[in-house]
Ligand binder design. Structure first.
Ligand code: BMA
Length: 321
């Protein structure tokens, strides 16, 4: 029974790691409520997760956790890497959440976008870093309410591109794409993908998950979709493919989710029935993708899939007209 549970794939494209959850609050070495939704990056021989840690006031900060095999023996930066500094940055007064890290080849550094939370609501901020130890906080790049942002790794037709999720009250939460000459001034806003409404798994809210990956078929986009039920929301994960040089064009979108809360650590926690990936690492072109996800807003887990399987699956999905 135990063995069966460890190898169960639930008929989904991603396979969970048998050591899941791979990182919990017990690994932090300091008191905290939970550790979840982490950006992921390969820095030399180390995997770094820039993890969201929620303290016992309910406010979040970000801290870097390092591992050689990306699964075990996490070394956690203490003091925490990015604590809210509301004197200098009033937008951080209620914390920092849900980072996504993209290596910006042209600049030779990582661009990390994350939600900062304040009385004005959630907004998107940008920091850059070379080493996940020191960060240059560049400030707000999308005003409230906006979250779930991720940068593309290169300029497209001369402009940087950002996926994000603005919301206005009473409306659906959809994914938008915007462009910038310098990472700070953003314009050319387009709505990229809408919720599907009704009983769809992504009926009520959608948002970018890990940063897009460039493939010969297009930009691979992973996104979370939320369906509200009488028992609460369910956060699942689906895929889309965007045109390489015109990324505001969606080529394909999975009709079904490709990953969904199934295991006890995804079903039960501070917010049950949530899988929320903020980072994935492709170790070699066309190889296996390691997807790190927050589970039930309580811990961090790992699932893997072959990039080629994800693309084959997407290319068999109906074209988006
Ligand atoms: C979203 C974000 C995530 C969280 C998810 C489920 O709105 O705030 O940080 O994991 O809800 O609670």
């Amino acid at each position: 029974m135990h063995q069966k549970r460890q190898t169960e794939s639930w008929g989904e494209l991603f396979v969970r790691h048998p050591k899941n959850p791979i990182l919990t609050r017990n690994d932090l070495g300091y008191p905290a409520n939970v550790v979840f939704n982490a950006a992921a990056a390969q820095v030399g021989s180390e995997t770094v997760l820039l993890a969201r840690v929620e303290d016992k006031r309910g406010l979040s900060h970000l801290t870097a956790c390092w591992s050689t095999d990306g699964v075990t023996d996490w070394r956690v930066d203490v003091p925490p890497t990015l604590l809210p500094d509301s004197k200098k940055f009033p937008e951080e007064s209620w914390g920092l959440e849900d980072p996504r890290a993209t290596y910006l080849v042209e600049l030779g550094c990582w661009g990390v976008v994350y939600t900062t939370y304040s009385r004005q609501g959630p907004q998107v901020c940008l920091s850059t870093t070379n080493d996940f130890k020191t960060f240059d906080r560049r400030g707000i790049i999308m005003p409230p309410e906006d979250k779930n942002a991720a940068l593309f790794p290169r300029r497209i037709k001369g402009r940087w591109a950002l996926l994000h999720r603005p919301v206005s009250s009473g409306r659906d939460a959809n994914i938008w794409i915007s462009f910038s000459p310098d990472l700070m001034q953003w314009g050319e806003h387009h709505m990229l993908m809408e919720t599907r409404r009704g009983n769809w798994w992504d009926a009520h809210r959608i948002g970018t998950c890990p940063p897009p990956i460039e493939t010969p078929e297009g930009w691979l986009l992973g996104y979370h979709g939320v369906r509200n039920t009488v028992a609460g929301a369910i956060y699942r994960f689906g895929l889309a493919l965007l045109d390489l040089e015109t990324p505001e064009r969606v080529l394909r979108r999975s009709e079904e989710w490709v990953f969904s809360p199934r295991e006890p650590y995804e079903r039960v926690g501070d917010v049950g029935n949530v899988v929320f990936p903020c980072g994935w690492i492709l170790d070699e072109p066309g190889g296996t993708l390691r997807m790190y996800y927050g589970a039930a807003d309580t811990c961090i887990a790992l699932a893997t899939a072959k990039l080629s399987d994800l693309l084959d699956y997407l290319l068999a999905c109906p074209e988006v007209s």
